[in-house]
Write a protein that binds this ligand. Structure first.
Ligand code: NMX
Ligand code: MLT
Length: 435
């Protein structure tokens, strides 16, 4: 069967024609008005980016190349004996818009395993980090350092023509994704274990190897969780902080390692990816205060106390979504299948029944429903991965899939440097004086 790179080489000329035709027909058309409130308000709803891997609907949630999460679970190839989709297949889908064959999926597993090793100096860099340095900072540092061997940075220095950019960017993106488990595993073992790592098994899939490096490959359900986890966290259209950052930095022709390290620094913020850490911290603090088996009233009081102290309810709300996140529902379905009687899962479910009503009553949040981060920690904790400061690293392994797919297309289609216009408040006052 054809390789992903060969398939891409066929698709790129067609997509260039497609974009040319779209621009010829619709290029001068307007989406609508831009309001001053949007400029002050974090650009909510402002159409500003092309992102082909996925599109987010406020009520339905994410679709990867037009496919919902349940559709991906049904259609994408799985591991032998597994029921969750393989992230390798999702990557093929994100890049090409097509569902790969099991053979094409397996070829990506083998290719990533072959590319998985990280340079010795990056290992040493991670080993020298104090265990008190947040795992996300260590992660970003290591990914930045991978730029030492960037094929794109080297090709650029050697004067590569613009029409050829996508080739070395593709190579860097494959290396990036392939090397993330070795980085994540090393950080985990250094901070929480004895620093010793097993070798990658080239016959196994990406999630198996990730679980193995973390020390959980003896639990089949944990490997399945990793497959589902990576798929659902991979992409969330282009405007979220990590995806947008990766695209923005890539537009300066910074290589994929530099671009993705920047994305990781955005993911490390508590309103974005770090929320998965914050959720578990918050739930644990709640449990310490109200006990193992709290009443609904106890939970209500705790949620109100959080709000009244000026903090957010982590894992709830969303900049775009206006319903329960289907990624939350996918994780809930996983929990109902694998850990229905787990007390922490029950507590998370109880919070789900109570928190939205309170957020509605408080009247500020536009979306009172849970997002992806409200559920991931309880699943990881169940299998023994209870070091919550590490959680966002797993989100970071996953988000590379969506960012990498777009970086390849941006360079293939010759996407320009991003450079929107900014205004000062004084300029806005002058612009609209007497209007
Ligand atoms: N708890 C308390 N207040 C909230 C919450 C929440 N969960 N969500 C929104 N609000 C507040 C928000 O802070 C804002 O207050 P103010 O007017 O004082 O600035 C007001 O409601 C309106 O905000 P929205 O327009 O509803 O939300 P926005 O689009 O600005 O922000 C989030 C979206 C996700 C940043 C926000 O909902 C939030 O802070 N949630 C908690 C953190 C979280 O779960 N983040 C993870 C998102 C998913 N991810 O992985 O990235
Ligand atoms: C994400 O997955 O990136 C988050 O849900 C945040 C977002 O979409 O803005």
């Amino acid at each position: 069967p054809q390789s992903l790179k060969e398939r891409l080489a066929e698709l790129i000329p067609k997509e260039k024609e497609n974009v040319k035709a779209i621009r010829a027909e619709h290029g001068a058309k307007a989406f609508g008005q831009v309001t001053v409130d949007q400029v002050y308000g974090g650009m909510r709803g402002l159409p500003a980016l092309i992102w082909d891997g996925s599109v987010l609907d406020a009520n339905e949630g994410i679709r990867f190349r037009g496919k919902t999460i349940p559709e991906c679970q049904e259609l994408l190839p799985k591991a032998e004996g597994g029921t969750e989709p393989l992230p390798e297949a999702l990557f093929w889908l994100l890049v090409t818009g097509e569902v790969p064959t099991p053979e094409q999926t397996q070829a990506i597993s083998a290719e990533w395993a072959a590319r998985a090793e990280i340079p010795k100096f990056v290992e040493e860099l991670i080993d020298r980090c104090p265990p008190t340095l947040h795992p996300m900072s260590q992660f970003s540092l290591a990914v930045t350092a991978l730029n030492h061997d960037s094929a794109f940075a080297k090709a650029y220095q050697n004067g590569i023509s613009k029409s050829e950019y996508w080739g070395p960017v593709y190579e860097d993106c494959m290396d990036l994704i392939a090397k993330l488990p070795a980085i994540a595993g090393r950080i985990y073992r250094n901070v929480y274990g004895d620093g010793k790592l097993p070798a990658i098994d080239p016959t196994k899939d990406y999630s198996w190897n990730l679980a193995h490096l973390l020390g959980f490959a003896d639990k089949e359900a944990f490997i399945e969780l990793m497959r589902l986890y990576i798929v659902i966290h991979s992409d969330h259209e282009g405007g979220n902080v990590s995806a947008h950052t990766g695209k923005l930095v890539g537009s300066a022709l910074s290589d994929p390692f530099l671009s993705y390290a920047a994305a990781l620094n955005g993911l490390a913020g508590p309103l974005h990816g770090l929320a998965n850490q914050e959720v578990l911290l918050w739930v644990m603090k709640m449990r310490a205060q109200v006990g193992e088996d709290p009443s609904d009233e106890d939970i209500k009081n705790y949620v109100w106390a959080t709000l009244k102290s000026g903090q957010v309810i982590p894992g709830y709300g969303h900049a775009v979504l206006r319903k329960t996140d289907p990624r939350y529902m996918a994780q809930r379905a996983f929990a109902l299948k694998h850990l229905p009687d787990d007390p922490l899962f029950k507590l998370v479910g109880q919070i789900y029944n109570i928190a939205p009503g309170i957020l509605l009553e408080a009247g500020k949040a536009k979306n009172p429903w849970p997002n992806v981060d409200a559920h991931s920690g309880v699943l990881l904790t169940y299998y023994g991965l209870d070091q919550m400061q590490f959680y966002t690293v797993l989100f970071g392994v996953s988000r590379a899939f969506g960012v990498a797919a777009q970086l390849i297309w941006d360079r293939a289609l010759g996407a320009p440097l991003e450079r929107p216009k900014s205004y000062s408040s004084e300029a806005i006052k002058k612009m609209f004086a007497n209007k």
